[in-house]
Each structure stands twice: as structure tokens, then as C-alpha cells.
Design a protein around this ligand. Structure first.
Ligand SMILES: O=C(NCCCCCn1ccc2cnccc21)c1cc(-c2ccc(F)cc2)cc(O)c1O
Ligand SMILES: [Mg+2]
Length: 214
């Protein structure tokens, strides 16, 4: 029977990456997506911007919305300090199953908690279920029409503190116009656009980094 793209991506990781070496997992996925099949990972170009933000924030608590095959999950977790925790949310059970295996191959299982479900259902339960006060960093990479409602939901649920950083993928392509409009005009955020390209292409895309001012 026909394999899926996430299954082929996992096979490329298991073939070309070294167990326990997160950077080799990232490299193997980028090579697969450049040489074999495009996939919607944040990719190597935007990934460097992601790395610099993670390193600068040095977060103890991270929320990722949109795991897919755990490319950015592994990329972020490989830069976290020892006792930091990353919670990543994936809606699609098949993708979640692949992501778990990529995370295991990278040897990052003790830093990452993968949760299956929808952001609108899980965000209100984060505090009680995961003993989380607030998130130091949120990486938004899920349904593009959920970036705005979920940001408002995180505000309402008290999951953001003065200084929390939101980093949003795909604000140009596919685009998140309502999110950009809100976050760039709200007095409660200070935003900065990092211009880049859609993963593995020459199409314009970028990351929007926003600091919650409280
Ligand atoms: O759609 C994208 N990502 C989202 C995938 C679905 C997320 C589902 N999901 C996960 C957690 C979760 C929690 N709650 C609710 C839903 C949830 C995406 C698309 C493109 C893209 C595609 C084609 C094209 F021609 C150009 C660009 C590029 C990207 O980088 C992307 O990220
Ligand atoms: Mg994306």
C-alpha cells in the first residue's frame, strides 16, 4: 500500500540521521525536502531565525501549535536549557504518530510533551493539565485562521506574562492577515517582522515576533 509523505520523511530521518543527534535529524529532513519532496516544515532559512529567537529568549516553557513531523519541535528543543519544557500540539493523529518517532530518534523525549487535539480545546486546559503558569515562548504554526483566536484565548486564560514572546510562521504565505492586523496595532504587543522565504522555495514568507507587554 502507498506510504504517506510523513512516513517517507520519517524513513529519511531513520536512514540519514544519527540517533540522539537532533541537528542531524534537522539536516536529514531539510535534505529530504530539498532533494525529494517539499513538506511544510519551517525549513532551514526561517529555521535560522527561529534558532536566534529561541537562543535569545532562552525559555523555560515553550508552547508549539502545530507539530506536523516535529522538525521545528526538535529544532527548538535542541536549544533549550536543561530543565526547560516544550509542549507541542498536533491535531492530526497520523502526523502525531510520525512526530513521536522523529522526537524519539532525536533523543529529545524528556524535553518534549506532544499532545493530540485542537488548540481551542487544549489552551483552556494547559494550566491545570501541565502545571504551567505562563509560556515564555509560543511558536504558532498551525491553522492560519486560528492564530488570532488562539492568541486572544491565551491572553484570556492568563497563559502570557509581561515579556512572553509569540513567534508566528507563515504570516505572508499562506498568510495570517487578521492576526497581523491585530498584533501590529494592539498596544499590548510590540511586533517585529523577519522577512524570509517559504520553506525550500523563493516565495516570500516571514516570521512575526511579538512581545506581550502585559
Ligand atoms: O497549513 C500549514 N500549517 C498547518 C497545518 C495544519 C495544522 C493543524 N493543527 C496542528 C495543530 C493544531 C491545533 N489546533 C488546530 C489545528 C492544528 C502550512 C502550510 C504551508 C503551505 C502549504 C501550501 C503552500 F502552497 C504554501 C504554504 C506552509 C507552512 O509552513 C504551514 O505551516
Ligand atoms: Mg509553517
Amino acid at each position: 500500500t502507498q506510504t504517506t509523505r510523513p512516513q517517507r520523511l520519517l524513513a529519511a530521518v531513520q536512514k540519514n540521521a544519527t540517533r540522539g543527534d537532533p541537528r542531524s535529524v534537522v539536516k536529514a529532513i531539510d535534505q529530504f525536502c530539498r532533494q525529494k519532496e517539499w513538506a511544510m516544515n519551517v525549513g532551514d532559512e526561517k529555521g535560522c531565525i527561529l534558532d536566534s529567537v529561541v537562543t535569545e529568549v532562552n525559555p523555560a516553557t515553550v508552547l508549539e501549535l502545530g507539530t506536523y513531523c516535529a522538525y521545528s519541535t526538535v529544532r527548538i528543543a535542541s536549544l533549550l536549557p536543561p530543565h526547560a519544557k516544550l509542549i507541542t500540539l498536533e491535531f492530526n493523529p497520523h502526523n502525531a504518530a510520525i512526530a513521536r518517532q522523529v522526537i524519539a530518534w532525536a533523543g529529545l523525549g524528556d524535553k518534549i510533551q506532544l499532545v493530540e487535539g485542537a488548540s481551542g480545546d487544549w489552551i483552556p486546559k494547559m494550566k491545570e493539565k501541565f502545571a504551567i503558569e505562563t509560556f515564555d515562548l509560543v511558536f504558532l504554526d498551525h491553522w492560519k485562521d486560528r492564530y488570532l483566536p488562539d492568541t486572544k484565548l491565551m491572553e484570556e486564560c492568563g497563559l502570557l506574562r509581561k515579556g512572553s514572546i509569540l513567534l508566528a510562521d507563515n504570516v505572508i504565505c499562506p498568510g495570517t492577515p487578521d492576526y497581523l492586523e491585530y498584533i501590529r496595532n494592539s498596544p499590548r504587543y510590540k511586533s517585529q517582522y523577519f522577512r524570509s522565504h517559504l520553506e525550500y522555495t523563493k516565495v516570500e514568507d516571514g516570521l512575526e515576533k511579538s512581545v506581550f507587554l502585559g
